[in-house]
Design a binder for this molecule. Structure first.
Ligand code: FES
Length: 142
């Protein structure tokens, strides 16, 4: 099995069995993000305390790249400080547009091929854009 096969398997695995898909009972933040090019949307629910993402879920629908990428992002940011999660999102967006990430991306690295397909970048970054939105706008207390 070569590296491309491993990447393909990883994407398939997250798509078939998405991690942290669903809803939280008491999220501190809920944010939606639309991919305007296809109409697909994703929703993130976060439980943040003392600047740490203690729990996270996503829901919605989209293509296999958007769902796999969201699943990988959930796994990458759960339990991490918000600042690190946002840094990871920023670096991933750089990574899938042909740049180099300065942080370890874990399974998200399997999406490196997206950089060759600019139309799929919005799919791969849908959840990452939602995460950034969650902390870019003032949120109401639950
Ligand atoms: Fe809609 Fe990928 S085609 S998110």
């Amino acid at each position: 099995m070569n590296l491309d096969d491993i990447y393909r398997e990883t994407i398939l695995d997250h798509n078939q069995a998405p991690r942290y898909f669903g809803h939280l009972a008491h999220p501190t933040q809920v944010v939606g993000m639309l991919n305007p090019t296809c109409g697909d949307q994703i929703q993130l629910e976060l439980l943040v305390h003392d600047g740490v993402i203690e729990d996270i879920r996503f829901s919605g629908q989209g293509c296999s790249i958007s769902m796999a990428s969201a699943s990988m992002l959930m796994e990458a940011v759960i339990g991490r400080p918000v600042s690190e999660a946002l840094d990871l999102a920023k670096n991933f967006k750089l990574f899938v547009t042909g740049g180099t990430s300065s942080v370890a991306l874990g399974d998200l690295e399997s999406l490196h091929g997206v950089s060759q397909f600019p139309s799929r970048v919005k799919c791969a970054t849908l959840a990452h854009n939602a995460l950034e939105k969650a902390f870019a706008e003032p949120q109401e207390s639950p």
